[in-house]
Design a protein around this ligand. Structure first.
Ligand SMILES: [Fe+2]
Length: 170
């Protein structure tokens, strides 16, 4: 007799992301945002996965690296007060909040970039965009609780350091 183990919430999300990543480039980030959004509200999404935080900066934990190197999926853990740099993206990206609340600020390009709008992202809230370094934003945990978000970027994980963010001083 063969027992088939049901997919975990994480496996279901990763399968959805894999399908969505096949979408044509102009809408790929939107398809991946939808796939992530479907999973964010499930409390068990990261069950059994160790996602420690760090007192000095937000931390990235690899959840999945596409075998063909097309994208990778990470969980980011943000302690209160931690934030990303002000940055644009050299690759498409999609993300969403799983736990806690993040503040996303948009900027108009300039030297330095100028903030133009802000929104709060509660669990289930998603964002993302095509590869366009002129689309500038910052994510921050301005709340009093640790937050966790799920991010997918359209490059292999070992290229995250150089090929994802174009950082601005602001
Ligand atoms: Fe970003």
């Amino acid at each position: 007799m063969t027992f088939i183990r049901p997919r975990t919430a994480l496996e279901t999300m990763l399968a959805g992301i894999s399908r969505a990543a096949e979408a044509p480039a102009p809408t790929r980030h939107e398809a991946v945002m939808a796939a992530i959004g479907d999973a964010l509200a499930k409390p068990e999404l990261l069950e059994g996965i160790d996602c420690p935080c760090c007192p000095d900066r937000y931390v990235r934990h690899l959840l999945h690296a596409d075998a063909a190197g097309r994208y990778a999926v990470v969980a980011l853990v943000w302690r209160p007060g931690q934030m990303s740099p002000v940055h644009g993206h050299r690759t498409w990206c999609a993300f969403g909040v799983h736990r806690g609340v993040l503040t996303e600020t948009y900027y108009v390009a300039g030297d330095p970039p100028q903030p133009s709008a802000t929104r709060l992202l509660a669990p289930g809230g998603v964002g993302g965009g095509p590869a366009d370094p002129a689309l500038i934003h910052r994510l921050a945990n301005l709340s009093c609780r640790t937050a966790i978000s799920i991010h997918c970027y359209g490059v292999a994980f070992d290229r995250f350091g150089e090929d994802v963010n174009e950082v601005h001083s602001a």
